[in-house]
Each structure stands twice: as structure tokens, then as C-alpha cells.
Design a protein around this ligand. Sequence first.
Ligand code: PLP
Length: 383
Amino acid sequence: MTKNLPMNEFPLLDPRDGIPLFYPYVPSEAIAEVTDTLSGRWIGQGPKVDLFEKKFEDMFLGQHRALAVGSGTDALHLAYLLADVTADDEVIVPVFTCTATNIPLLYIGAKIVFADIDPDTMNISVADVKRKITPKTKAIVCVDYGGVPCDYDALNALCREHGLKLISDAAHSIGSSYKGRMSGTCADFTIFSFQAIKTLTTGDGGLLAIRDTSLLEKAKRLRWFGIDRSAKQGGIWENDIVEVGYKYQMTDIAAGIGLAGLKHIQDVIRHRNELFKAYETHLKTSRARLVGHAETDDYFTSAWLLTIIVDKDRIGLMKFLRERGIESGQVHYRNDRYSVLGGRRNDLPNMDDVEDRYLVLPLHPRVRAEDVEKICGLINEGW
Ligand SMILES: Cc1ncc(COP(=O)(O)O)c(C=O)c1O
């Protein structure tokens, strides 16, 4: 059974006193962008949202189209609706992820089928997905945990074979690539999150990338009450609303922050990947191993999280590091611990094996290579 790490024993660290686990990255140009937005006519969804979508497509999406929304969770809900997931369907999802991946399936009432993790990456296990496909399966959801891409060739092949939709939760993996293809171009639908501490932040925000571009207009309507917003903005609007929509749009305030962030994102990604490499270089104890790699022949990670798996006494290591000014934590929990998601399952042996042994260490733009050397030195020393 998962033990909660005793966070209350560790009040959040003042960054002047050590190395925090997370710290938002907001470039100074964001202030000018927000000032500019607030001085103009459009502070809700306006031209900066359009520009943000266009720039995002140019940088990351190839032929896929972008729909900017209020959060990654909004994008997931829209992806499930556009994939035609209904209350009669089963959806195979990763057990190890942020609850946001799976909660929107509860809005729809679909049956959640948890798949186990791959022990090397903590991403969804393709072998277990295969075992769990039934005639009722409508879609597979996968998460690029920490930034490391899933096995998209295998997942797409399964989807083709069984007529399923693939939904990629790339909340962690903006700028990662799989066999030369950018994260965002590997599935029918991909979602990104620009929540406060993500690699690119807009305060809160998200984006849905869509492979079938004919779905874009429907996606836009679902984003805004079911209304064709461009027709409405023509001045006179007489159309009916025929489908249930939501209020999921991004604002120009958020898009301005995102546009400023995009100017620096390649540097941020490079820095993050280099820190991952520094962990690979300096962590030299048989008591801890890294989850995933900075780069392999198959993938490159933009490295949102750095996760280790220890032999035992994770809480002891967490305390040991915290006493030395270094924050660490679990960040995500196996989702079958939550009653709302149906409670504990007994067919997830790889998850069972590591649930009390994984720990996330600091990796963000304020962390330097020397910090990584120090953190690894402490872990190598033992706890
Ligand atoms: C894997 C994953 N999916 C989805 C989300 C949801 O994104 P948001 O917070 O933007 O709704 C998050 C994190 O916040 C996440 O870590």
C-alpha cells in the first residue's frame, strides 16, 4: 500500500535555503506581454490565442492542428469527446499519472481500465495494454511520464489493428521526440499542459493537437459552449447550438505569457536535458537507478521530471536530502489509490513493485549542473 510521504514535516523550502523541487519559469518578456494585453481590447480569447496556436503548430506540430484551452485537463476532456468516447466504452489508461489524465473520463462515464507500467520508463506497458483490449475498448491513453516518450510505434500499431483511437498525454513532454517525430505528432490527439510549473507555462493553460484536421471546427465549438464563435463575431448571429460545449478557451493574458515562453523554450529544453545527462553522469550507486534516459537511439526527452527508483527506505532518503536543503517528492501516485477511480486493482505487478520506491529530484531552470553533482554525491554517499 502506498505510504504518503510526510510532506507536512517538510514545509516548502525557501529557494534561498536550498534547491526546491519545482520553480516556475517565466521570462521577463512575459510582463510586457501581459501589460500589452491588459492595455488593449482583448483580454479573454483574442488574437494572441490565435498567434500562440500558430506559433505552437510551427514549432512542434507539423501537419497537426492546435487548439489552445484553459488547461491540460480541458484538452483531455475535449480529446475524449472528439475520439467519440461514450459511457458504453472502455478506455485503457496508465495507472501511473496525474489524476487529470483519467478524471475527465469520469465526466463521460466511460469505464477506466488501468494498464501497468513499463519498469524502465514508468510509461504504459504495451504488453499489458495488449492483454486488456476487449471488443468494448474505444481508445488507449498514454502519458510520456517525465518527458520520456511512450512506444508510439507499438501503440499506433495496436490502435490500427483494433480500430482504436490513441490519445497522448504530453503534459510532461513538450519538445521531446520519438524516432525523430515531435511529441504532439505521434497520436490521434495529443494534449499539452502549461500549468504553473510545466516546461512552458501560461500560469494555467493547455493545448490540444489534432491529427484529423476536419475535427478542428468541432473542437473549436466544443471549446466555447457549442457556439461557432467566428460566425458570432461577424456581428449578427442566428445559428442554433446543437451540441453541448464547454468554456475551455485560453485567454489572451495566458497566451501572451505563452508567447514569451516560446521565445526561450529551446534553451529551457536544452538545459533540462543537460541536467538529466548530469544525473546520468553523477549518480553512481547501486541503490538508485534513473527512470528513462536523457537520449537514446529512439528518443530525446525534454526532461520535465527526474525520477529515481531506490532499493528501499525512500522516506529516509527524502528526509536525508531535505535536511541538506534539497526537496524531493512523489509528484504523481498510482491512480487506483483513489476511490473515485474505482480503487485498488490487483493486476498491476510492475506498479506494485515500485510504488514505495520512486522519488522525483529537482530538475528545472534554476538547478545548475553543480547542484546535480551535489545531489548525486549525497545519494551516492548513502542514507
Ligand atoms: C500527466 C498530466 N496530465 C494532465 C495534466 C493536467 O494538466 P493541467 O494541470 O494543465 O490541467 C497534468 C498536470 O497538471 C499532468 O501531469
